[in-house]
Design a binder for this molecule. Structure first.
Ligand SMILES: N[C@@H](CCC(=O)N[C@@H](CS)C(=O)NCC(=O)O)C(=O)O
Length: 204
């Protein structure tokens, strides 16, 4: 099968999610560097691939996709390797719920409002960080309540939900406030220790 192409940068949480799916499946792929924040702006050719100018975008044998969850699902279904999605209705719904929740309520609060604001802004907007931490707390409480018993979020099977959560949480843990809040969720801490050891979690 043709080798797929992923467009994006190492710093991106969403690119990392897609790369984890590719690596967990054992898919050989090409990463084409695309810095969405480059001073010269987003190249016109990239906007053909992703009209909203975000990363990642993906291409396989003429088939183009953007939106990380669509990319990850395609990678899971189009290539050999261990299945990364449950087959039962409830497991599949739970996985989709966790991914949707991370996208809708987790990413902006945990990555941008807390981590990026603390690490990159001078002076940081403390009200934004406080609001982000409050939302992150709800997120982690709900994630704990949705997590099944067992090594992964959906019990025995590593799924796209684990791969979606790990890079978002990794970014949150770059800052002391994130570490302090996360330490209050021991069930997630065990899960984190496990996912952080996956070869797919390291970039490259
Ligand atoms: N819904 C998109 C989100 C992708 C996204 O927001 N990517 C970030 C990098 S992690 C980005 O491109 N940000 C550029 C910007 O916000 O202008 C997906 O699932 O792929």
């Amino acid at each position: 099968m043709a080798r797929p192409t992923l467009y994006g940068s190492d710093y991106s949480v969403y690119v990392r999610i897609a790369r984890m799916a590719l690596r967990e499946k054992g898919v050989d792929y090409e990463l084409v560097p695309l810095d969405i924040f480059a001073a010269e702006g987003i190249p016109a050719w990239y906007l053909e691939l992703h009209p909203f100018g975000r990363i990642p975008a993906f291409e396989h044998d003429g088939f183009r996709l953007f939106e990380t969850v669509a990319i990850a699902r395609y990678v899971d279904e189009a290539f050999d390797g261990p299945a990364l999605q449950p087959v039962d209705a409830r497991g599949c719904a739970r996985m989709t719920q966790i991914i949707g929740m991370l996208d809708a309520y987790g990413y902006r609060a945990m990555v941008w409002d807390v981590a990026v604001e603390r690490l990159e802004k001078t002076p940081p907007d403390e009200a934004l960080i406080a609001g982000g931490l409050a939302q992150a707390e709800t997120m982690l409480k709900v994630l704990t309540s949705l997590k099944a018993k067992g090594p992964w979020l959906l019990s025995e099977q590593l799924t796209l939900a684990d791969l979606h959560a790990a890079p978002i949480i990794a970014y949150f843990l770059k800052v002391a406030e994130g570490q302090k809040l996360f330490a209050r969720f021991p069930d997630l801490q065990d899960w984190w220790d496990r996912i952080a050891k996956r070869a797919s979690f390291s970039n490259g």
